[in-house]
Design a protein around this ligand. Sequence first.
Ligand SMILES: Nc1ncnc2c1ncn2[C@@H]1O[C@H](COP(=O)(O)OP(=O)(O)OP(=O)(O)O)[C@@H](O)[C@H]1O
Length: 270
Amino acid sequence: MADTAPERVKLGVSEISKTFRVRNAPGDPATLLPVLRDINFDIYENEVVSLIGESGCGKTTLLRIIQGLIRHDAGTISVDGKEVNSPGRDRGFVFQQPSLLPWRTARENVEFGLELHGMAAEERAARARKLLALVGLEHSAEQFPHQLSGGMQQRIGLARALAIDPAILLMDEPFSALDAQTREVLQKELLRIQAQTRKTILFVTHDLDEAIYLSHRIIVLGAKPGRVKEIITVPFPSERPELPLMRGDPAFQAIRGRIWELIRNTPASN
Ligand SMILES: Nc1ncnc2c1ncn2[C@@H]1O[C@H](COP(=O)(O)OP(=O)(O)OP(=O)(O)O)[C@@H](O)[C@H]1O
């Protein structure tokens, strides 16, 4: 991660609002569910930013809007200064479940997006091998998903997202389904991979420690409807020790306390 303040805006989120129409039962009148209101923030080149907030505050909805899968009611999303309204290869996505194609090897899964974009077979195989090496799976390229652990599958999901060389990586709780040990290993790996690739990352998590450990800044969302409560700058250098060591740092505990306080005190405002 960059130690100096990054400057170029990669992702712009401006005045985003979203209301869903919901029905409790078939035939019931639709009611309006305001989910996001006036969301504003910028993410800079080479920055890792976490989005945190209580369950149901609209984190996934916001990520899907940025991805172009859900249409927002108001506001704009821009990548590298250009407004975007539909999915594009400038945004890569890593999900909670990697959803790999079971009949394809690790390498073929990584190649999938490149195939869709018409890259020649030899070139995409070379790119996939390079990315599998980056995520520490160079020796598993020809194995199938069922032969790999959950952590290894998630590494493939990350390599697949990086394959299209997106401007922004959107990660939706990518480590939450993993056991605690694997999760800590992958968090450290993500820091290493981000330092190598210098990717800009927006990372959704429920885990306060994970958010602090991985991020330059943390956006805390309030709920009902989701809105930005505070954006917290994380004051640690890029080279970070292991998370268990950082937990003892008073600065770490102070940020943790502040986020917790913000999440706990979320009165409904609509
Ligand atoms: N397609 C939809 N139609 C109607 N309501 C929806 C839809 N998608 C999400 N919602 C509602 O919007 C709100 C926000 O959901 P969202 O999944 O974005 O929250 P979240 O913060 O990601 O939650 P979690 O942390 O539990 O994953 C919830 O009340 C949810 O029920």
